[in-house]
Design a protein. Sequence first.
Length: 209
Amino acid sequence: MTEEFGKDFWEQRYRGHTAPRVRQPNAQLVAEAAALAPGAALDAGCGEGADARWLAGRGWRVTAVDIAAAALEHAREQAEMSGAEAAERIDWVEADLTTWVPPADHFDLVSTHYVHAAASREALFGRLAAAVAPGGTLLVVGHHPSGHGTAAVHGAPREVHFTAEEIAADLDAARWEIVVAEARTRSVTGHGGQELTLEDAVLRARKRP
Ligand SMILES: C[S@@+](CC[C@H](N)C(=O)[O-])C[C@H]1O[C@@H](n2cnc3c(N)ncnc32)[C@H](O)[C@@H]1O
């Protein structure tokens, strides 16, 4: 993890939001998980919880982990506003993914989006992959290194970017089937209200039963 993306960085970022913003789920999650049968999901680096809420609304039981207490406060508020039934399906966990070890072979879906891990990336994704149950899905989405606008919007240095192929290369081919490994664009509204196109790295893999 680069120093600048430690707990203090994220706490400050979320404390800076005076009112929690109601966010939509990530487009890549919707594209990749909409057809999956609900089960147990881990959202690693859940931020303000839009993806966890979307999964819970579709019947998943979600463990949503983030290092920032402020993000989890906003996430809880928004989940409660969006309906008690779905909110009850989410467990919010404050933990540092660089050290937190999820239960092995446990989750039907492990989803992680834009967790800015650098030096710790390989080990972190290794632990997340180990947490996928046999037959389950690993979905990793990050900023692609060639993504126009990514650095301008997020200020993220090169080392937190990756390609899907780089992540796929760390998975044991005997244990994993790569379903999707590609770069994909996504439209977002920038802080100044301008429309931006960002490039994502999307890896979806299935752990062989
Ligand atoms: C760019 S945000 C993405 C949030 C959310 N996944 C999304 O797609 O909107 C990165 C998130 O990862 C969390 N995060 C970063 N490093 C972490 C770590 N070591 N352990 C747990 N969460 C972490 C941050 O607090 C932040 O909420």
